[in-house]
Design a protein around this ligand. Structure first.
Ligand SMILES: C[S@@+](CC[C@H](N)C(=O)[O-])C[C@H]1O[C@@H](n2cnc3c(N)ncnc32)[C@H](O)[C@@H]1O
Length: 272
């Protein structure tokens, strides 16, 4: 991912919501976890925090970006239970090392945008399935929306007008709509609300599909892989909801079905 124009800004933005991201720790199995693979670890912020929370567990972080992996390696310090490697998930299939947990934190939407769309996601999940020990746990945290989440179409139309009323937003919305279609459905307007925040890096972020795979589609993919979905959660980071209300004068009721974050936990069949 060396095309990231401003790596410093990108990494700062990634590591800011660390406490929010660490909620994934609640979904780690209670016992039997010896090894965790963190796919798309960037500068290792989440991996290192997990390594500190679970000193008895070995963590491996992988990322495509050599620059990020180097930063992550330099941050290991005295820790003995963590290592970072540059590379594709796929390359690990030839390696006999297997894991009790595979984690995709804020990363699968990038696989989609910078890979080959849905086939890259399907392959990544299939690879994760193969790399897990029997009974192992897959955890996905990303921006995930429901296909069928629906606010009243009339309300969404009104909400879009409120969004347009904000000074300076129209060029971003027009550009967004040229990629993703008119933001007059709950899902599309929700997608835009997740995206306008990144106006400072719009050239890269504008085109990225933040919500390429819905909860329903993840269910289908994981079902085909024979994995059992144990848990799904769709939530809105409170800070974001307040920002949407403040920026666009949107009400609590209007934002009722708008979300920012999804978590999916699935288990590979077999005995751990
Ligand atoms: C948005 S960052 C997330 C970083 C970290 N997981 C976190 O939550 O803070 C996404 C990372 O995924 C990496 N990435 C994107 N596609 C990848 C792929 N196919 N294989 C491995 N890493 C990938 C990028 O280099 C980037 O560092």
């Amino acid at each position: 991912m060396d095309s990231i124009n401003n790596p410093q800004l990108y990494l700062e933005r990634m590591s800011k919501p660390l406490q929010e991201k660490l909620k994934i720790a609640r979904f780690l199995p209670e016992s039997g976890v010896k090894k965790i693979l963190d796919v798309g670890c960037a500068d290792g912020t989440v991996t290192l925090a997990l390594a500190d929370m679970y000193p008895e567990v070995d963590l491996v972080g992988i990322d495509l970006s050599g620059e990020f992996v180097k930063i992550a390696q330099d941050r290991i310090g005295e820790r003995k239970n963590v290592r970072f490697e540059k590379g594709f998930l796929r390359e690990r299939l030839a390696n006999p090392e297997r894991f009790d947990v595979v984690l995709f934190c804020s990363v699968l939407h990038e696989f989609y945008s910078y890979g080959e769309g849905i086939s890259t996601i399907v392959k990544a999940l299939a690879d994760a399935h193969e790399i897990l020990n029997p009974g192992g746990t897959l955890i996905i945290r990303d921006m995930i929306l429901y296909n069928y989440a629906s606010q009243s179409p009339l309300w969404v139309k009104k909400m879009r007008e409120k969004v347009i009323a904000k000074e300076g937003i129209l060029p971003l919305l027009t550009d967004f709509e040229s990629y993703f279609g008119r933001a007059d459905s709950t899902k599309n307007l929700n997608h835009f609300l997740l995206k306008y925040l990144y106006a400072d890096n719009w050239e890269r972020e504008g085109r990225e599909n933040y919500v390429p795979v819905s909860f329903e589609e993840y269910d289908q993919i994981l079902g085909l892989l024979g994995m059992q979905v144990l848990f799904q959660r769709s939530s809105t980071i409170p800070y974001l909801k307040s920002k949407w209300q403040a920026d666009f004068d949107l009400t609590e009721a209007e934002l009722e079905s708008f979300r920012s974050t999804g978590i999916i936990v699935a288990e590979k069949l077999g005995k751990r």
